[in-house]
Write a protein that binds this ligand. Structure first.
Ligand code: UD1
Length: 419
């Protein structure tokens, strides 16, 4: 198992190109199952989760080709089975995203039930209840969701909780349903909007993307199209935090500044100077130590849970005391325990972390437990005395493209060692 070694103490300086968004490309690849013809998806990030999704589609018989610029051509017309097996779903929960499209387009789906994961129980009841309300017959047997429907019917759905992949699954299913579907309390995340834009380019009739009410007028078929995936706001935010923590200056390119409002406000509160253009963000910390920033995670447009761990890392070396409250997932402070081993002063009380900043952390061997936790441990390594060894970095390869190359480009001391 590969490990990363980070030699801390250098301020990051320079430009970094932001990749396509993991959380947008995964539903968009699932949406290709709805098309009657080939689709070309551009700005695809080179990530383990993308490889897993391609393997998943490939097992179903879908034809896929990737060119040297990571554009993926998907031809779903060769599909011969509607199954998402356990061995793939257990490595990537977002595999559940094929459920809605398979059911809507092919009338059946057999998708392994994703289990719990390091950050909480993560049920999929809202996905299943929504599809059942649209007329699907759904059984859960032997760890698999088995769903059938002749043709889904439009329905009014009021989601109990704001769920990103739940909204996406139901949105995709509604595109080919008979009649109108209204999804209330829908997720407003930019990745949901990106999926809706892709579906519209395929001929879907969707209104209200980016609001909490989506209205979908079902059509009888969707066609192929070419679509370019949105930039990754979480990757962008992670590099900006790296700049802020190290007292450096970082410019993120090919990004989507409008999707980062809540994160940029917190970085300014930490004392960073931020400049924004159409597709770039520059952060300058001018050699200073960040100030402590308190926050609470919540669905978009509030502060994203996927940036929580990185802000815990920032606060470990900030001036002052911060409280960070996690409201989206129940168990998302595993990184805090690892950071304590690096000398961070963090106390966890229920779903809140209370962090008293120290001037520097001390290197220690640490273990990544999930995707964003691993990013935060790398950030902590950047401000530690000595060499930090981060183990189990397969988590980071699921969601960050070439992280060590990009950080090295900014002047960080980081290298991968085969384990
Ligand atoms: C997506 C993102 C993930 C992000 C999360 C929250 C993808 C591929 N992943 O995950 O990076 O951290 O949104 O922004 O886009 N819930 C239920 N029942 C359900 C579904 C969800 O109770 O049927 C609960 C979850 O347990 C959680 C909350 O709703 O507490 C939000 O989860 P959800 O938005 O569904 O997360 P994902 O879509 O899995």
């Amino acid at each position: 198992m590969d490990k990363l070694i980070i030699s801390g103490g250098r301020p990051l300086e320079g430009d970094v190109r932001i990749s396509g968004a993991k959380n947008a490309v995964l539903p968009i690849l699932a949406a290709t199952l709805l098309a009657d013809g080939p689709m070309t998806i551009g700005n695809v990030p080179h990530l383990q989760d993308v490889t897993t999704t391609m393997e998943l589609l490939g097992r179903m018989g879908v034809s896929l080709t990737v060119d040297e610029r990571m554009r993926i051509e998907v031809d779903p017309s060769t599909l011969h089975q509607c199954v998402a097996p356990y061995e793939l779903v257990r490595t990537m929960r977002a595999s559940i995203l094929v459920l809605g499209p398979l059911l809507a387009r092919y009338g059946e789906a057999e998708v392994s039930l994703p289990g719990g994961c390091a950050i909480g129980s993560r049920p999929v009841n809202i996905h299943l209840e929504g599809l059942a309300a649209m007329g699907a017959d759904i059984r859960v047997e032997g760890g698999y969701i088995r769903a059938r429907a002749n043709r889904l019917k439009g329905a009014r759905l009021v989601l109990d909780t704001v769920t990103v992949t739940g909204t996406e699954n139901l949105l995709m299913a509604a595109c080919l349903a008979d009649g109108i579907t209204v999804i209330e309390n829908a997720a407003r995340e930019p990745e949901v909007v990106d999926l809706a834009n892709c579906l519209k380019a395929m001929g879907a009739r969707i209104h209200g993307a980016g609001t909490d009410t989506l209205t979908v007028e079902g059509v009888s078929s969707l066609h192929g199209c070419e679509y370019r995936v949105l930039a990754d706001r979480i990757e962008t935010g992670t590099f900006l935090v790296a700049g802020a923590m190290t007292g450096g200056r970082v410019r993120t390119r090919d990004t989507a500044p409008k999707t980062l409002d809540a994160v940029l406000l917190k970085l300014e509160e930490a004392g960073a100077h931020i400049n924004v253009g159409e597709d770039w963000i520059e952060l300058d910390m001018q050699g200073r130590r960040p100030r402590a920033v308190s926050l609470r995670t919540a669905p978009y447009p509030a502060f994203p849970t996927d940036m929580q761990a990185q802000f815990v890392a920032l606060n470990t070396v900030a001036e002052g005391i911060a409280t960070i409250t996690e409201t989206v997932f129940e168990n998302r402070f595993m990184h805090a325990l690892e950071m304590q081993r690096m000398g961070a002063d963090i106390r966890i009380e229920g779903n809140t972390a209370i962090i008293r900043g120290v001037p520097r952390l001390k290197a220690a061997p640490v273990m990544a437990t999930d995707l964003r936790a691993s990013a935060s441990l790398i950030l902590a390594g950047l401000v530690s005395d000595g060499d930090t060894l981060v183990d189990r970095i397969y988590h980071i390869d699921r969601g960050y493209e070439c992280i060590e190359e990009k950080l090295s480009q900014l002047g960080a001391g980081i290298r991968r060692v085969p384990g």
